[in-house]
Design a protein around this ligand. Structure first.
Ligand SMILES: CC(C)(COP(=O)(O)OP(=O)(O)OC[C@H]1O[C@@H](n2cnc3c(N)ncnc32)[C@H](O)[C@@H]1OP(=O)(O)O)[C@@H](O)C(=O)NCCC(=O)NCCS
Length: 231
């Protein structure tokens, strides 16, 4: 039902924007689609200096006072995709899986980025919260960095690249020697940000969806094999 409502919402939006080719492509995708998400890893023992952002930033765990900046009350100006992105982060916040880190614009103290750094001690909660085989079970010395978000007004200033690198380094504090993250293969901005933050592809999550998303099969494949199979 939810899938049908979402599909109808997307169709209305594409129709009103006269994006008919995309509408047809998405319509076909409701019958059958393969979605590839890339798993990237950073080895914390290998030096990888954080690239500088265009504005001065610093990172720290989220405070309650940050929430109105990151989750604005008035969402009227946001498009459907942006509301969806924020909804995903709100869901993560409500799940209670720690820790949401933020980057602050040091000129104003306003948060301009958020991302969750999670450790193996939260494996059970992670697996219960997210769909089956969404994330692999973390090894004791592994951390998961997820749900990066830069509010639109701050994008394109190198904040993700810098903040992600800085937050990844904090994983050492929860006993990790490597950090992993997952990015959809079409999310060019995020993939570039990850690469600049010292992450390299190692895995692929391949999801096959059919019949209005009522059938979903997911599995992990080595990155190189998946790259050739799903090129
Ligand atoms: C992805 C996201 C976090 C990037 O944040 P950001 O702070 O703007 O990222 P950066 O400024 O560090 O840019 C990272 C790279 O992406 C590039 N980039 C930024 N926007 C881009 C776009 N729309 N298309 C292509 N590349 C883009 C930048 O040029 C930069 O690469 P470069 O340094 O080689 O030029 C932000 O766009 C966002 O919040 N998107 C919605 C949520 C999302 O997709 N999160 C990631 C989930 S895995």
């Amino acid at each position: 039902m939810l899938a049908f409502r979402n599909a109808a919402g997307v169709a209305r939006e594409l129709w009103s924007e006269r994006r008919f080719a995309e509408m047809a492509r998405r319509g076909a995708g409701l019958l059958y689609a393969t979605r590839v998400t890339i798993g990237l890893r950073r080895d914390l023992d290998a030096p990888s200096p954080a690239p500088a952002a265009k504005i001065p930033i610093e990172v720290r765990p989220l405070h309650d006072a940050d929430l109105p900046h990151l989750f604005p009350e008035d969402r009227g100006g946001l498009n459907r995709k942006e509301r969806l992105e924020l909804g995903t982060r709100r869901f993560h916040l409500r799940s209670g899986i720690p820790t949401c880190w933020v980057a602050l614009d040091r000129r104003t103290g306003i948060p301009c980025y958020m991302q969750w750094l999670m450790g193996a001690s939260h494996n059970r909660l992670i697996q219960q919260t997210f769909p089956p085989r969404w994330f692999p079970e973390l090894a004791p010395d592994e951390a998961l960095l997820e749900n990066a978000y830069t509010p639109a007004a701050y994008r394109g200033q190198g904040i993700m690249s810098c903040a992600m690198a800085l937050i990844a380094e904090r994983a050492a504090g929860i006993g990790a020697r490597s950090v992993i993250t997952f990015v959809e293969n079409a999310n060019v901005a995020s993939l570039r940000g990850c690469a600049k933050a010292g992450f390299a592809p190692y895995l692929a999550r391949v999801e096959r969806r059919a019949l209005l998303d009522t059938v979903r099969l997911r599995r992990f494949e080595p990155f190189e094999a998946a790259r050739h199979a799903h090129a």
